[in-house]
Design a protein around this ligand. Structure first.
Ligand code: FAD
Length: 527
């Protein structure tokens, strides 16, 4: 949150080369970037820098993307939205993590497997004591998952409790959290807020992008408003990538040889009753050719099947989705979305920078789309070229974003390649070593004899902290054998006491926190 909250108003005097930023596209990427730049550059206070957003009324926004990552709290706070208004107007609920069902093994007669990825970090009450090695050595007892031994979050969330109390400050919780929300409402809220922050908003469709003699953008020609010019163009046109790809020719690098899923079918499902409990985590269930998300919003669930078209067909995918949801899906329409995992290594090219789907997309697992938008907006605000020289800034931006994408590809791939499912070609192909990036293969090999350590990660380019890697790795029962290194870990008894303490505090934490639906309704009713 602190990182996102910078103020750059002082740049005005030092920035003679940059007067206007034009954002093309009014989806989550366009509006989040507009809000962030407007607020951090303080354009509303009469600065000479202006931010304009142009969007087409003919081309809709994607309107999916209901899951977020905890970084969103820092961003919403940085753009000056209060939390109750956000919850009310975006129909938001709280998200404390993700439960993964059947990812390790297909369900059979002997039961099913699930594990949890909590947003809270392993307990750090004992500052110098890292719990993971002791969990591996058995200090938490047999059969207790790492995520459940090291944090109280699953205990709390399983009891339909919220991660915070109504009296806690905006964006502060007892446990770490993000949100689920209605993507279309969120974009509309950001549009209202962005206009209040001084973003100029224009409805027009860009038909043509004109380049100057250096190959930079000279102007964009719109059907309704003629030519629009700027010093920096931000391409938020979604998968069309009209500026960065269409006009400037920045190439897309596919990651589909690593991440196979490329389609989704989504259904909006009503709750059984108006007071049904709202789960405060995403439920991700593995299936024969992909996985389903199940997200609880205020008035409905969003459920979707993400699958690989090389491993199944659309009709079968719809069958899988409908049988997963059950009779409540009868008569409800499914919407299909197509995508391809990958990114543009050159996201900033000359005077154009791409944010959102125009820059790249991983896949819906672990909700990285909006997190990548936040990082790009933050970097643009931070790196704005004071001297008008875009080349150096572009190189730095592209290096940081590309590394970030690559690390996310590895992290997501880890969810699939550790599976022991053999029930379909999809899972067998995912475990094929040729589909696993070298860096991930090396790390997995190291983690056979020692657990992931902070120093295995380059913090500034990671979206996921080491704890997230640990929760997935050991949720998937990765066999790290620490016994030979037993002597390196002398605090076994202290760790055992700490695990016991977490276990005993968890019921108290759950009792102290409000019911999830009750908190959401309370915030919606607040002025
Ligand atoms: P869009 O929403 O497509 O917006 C494009 C904008 O550009 C529109 O306003 C359009 O009018 C405008 N435009 C296009 N061409 C022109 C033109 N020529 N002239 C003028 N305007 C133009 N992300 C998450 O964080 N969490 C999730 O859980 C998640 N789930 C997803 C599930 C699926 C199946 C998919 C496909 C994506 C998911 N994402 C998720 C990603 C998320 O949806 C996107 O990151 C987010 O919606 C941002 O989209 P966007 O703004 O880049 O593009």
């Amino acid at each position: 949150a602190k990182m996102m909250g910078i103020r750059l108003g002082y740049l005005e005097a030092a920035m003679p080369a940059l007067h206007k930023i034009l954002i093309v596209g009014g989806g989550t990427a366009g509006w989040l970037t507009a809000n962030y730049l407007a607020r951090t550059l303080q354009i509303a206070s009469g600065r000479s820098l202006s931010v304009e957003l142009v969007e087409s009324s003919d081309i809709g926004i994607l309107g999916v993307g209901e899951g977020t990552f905890p970084s969103i709290r820092g961003t919403l706070s940085a753009i000056g939205l209060d939390e109750a208004r956000f919850v009310r107007e975006a129909n938001a609920t709280f998200k404390q993590g993700i439960r993964f069902d059947h990812w390790l093994k297909a369900p059979d007669g002997t039961g099913s497997h699930h594990y949890f990825h909590p947003f809270s970090l392993p307990s750090q009450r004992e500052r110098d004591l890292e719990l993971l090695p002791y969990w591996l050595l058995g200090a938490a007892g047999d059969g207790v998952a790492f995520a459940e031994a090291a944090t109280m979050q699953k205990h709390v969330a399983d009891r339909s409790r919220a991660p915070k109390r109504a009296t806690d400050a905006d964006y502060q919780g007892r446990l770490n959290y993000a949100y689920h929300f209605d993507a279309a409402r969120f974009a509309a809220l950001l549009a209202r807020h962005g206009r209040d922050l001084g973003v100029q908003h224009r409805i027009a469709t860009v038909d043509e992008v004109e380049l100057d003699e250096h190959g930079a953008i000279a102007c964009v020609r719109t059907r309704e408003a003629g030519a629009l010019t700027a010093d920096l163009y931000v391409d938020c046109t979604g998968f069309r990538a009209a500026l960065i790809g269409g006009a400037l020719g920045s190439k897309f690098r596919s990651a589909k040889d690593v991440l196979f899923v490329d389609r989704a079918l989504a259904i909006q499902v009503p709750y059984a009753s108006a007071d049904a409990p709202i789960p405060s985590y995403t439920i991700s269930t593995a299936h024969e050719a992909g996985w389903t998300w199940d997200i609880g919003l205020q008035a409905r669930r969003g459920v979707g099947y993400v699958y690989s078209s090389a491993h199944t067909d659309d009709a079968r995918a719809e069958q899988v989705l409908r049988s997963h949801i059950g009779a409540t899906a009868d008569g409800l329409a499914a919407r299909q979305l197509r995508f391809e995992a990958g990114h543009r290594p050159e996201q900033w090219l000359r005077n154009c920078v791409a944010v959102g789907l125009s820059a790249g997309f991983v896949e819906p697992l672990e909700s990285t789309g909006i997190g990548l938008i936040e990082m790009a907006a933050y970097l643009i605000a931070h790196l704005l070229p004071l001297d008008g020289d875009m080349t150096r800034v572009a190189r730095h931006f592209n290096t940081l974003m590309t590394r970030r994408y690559e690390r996310i590809f590895d992290f997501i791939k880890m969810h699939y390649c550790l599976s022991r499912r053999t029930d379909s070609a999809f899972w067998a192909d995912n475990a094929d070593p040729r589909s696993i990036p070298d860096a991930l293969r090396d790390q997995l090999a190291m983690w056979r004899s020692r657990p992931p350590h902070r120093l295995d990660f380059v913090t500034d380019v990671e979206m996921f902290l080491p704890a997230s890697w640990q929760f997935i790795l050991y949720g998937m029962e990765y066999p790290t054998d620490l016994q030979p290194a037993y002597a390196l870990y002398p605090h076994y008894e202290r760790a055992r006491a700490e695990f016991a303490m977490i276990r005993s505090l968890a019921p108290r934490a759950a009792a102290d926190l409000p019911d999830h639906r009750a908190l959401v309704e309370h915030l919606c009713a607040r002025d």
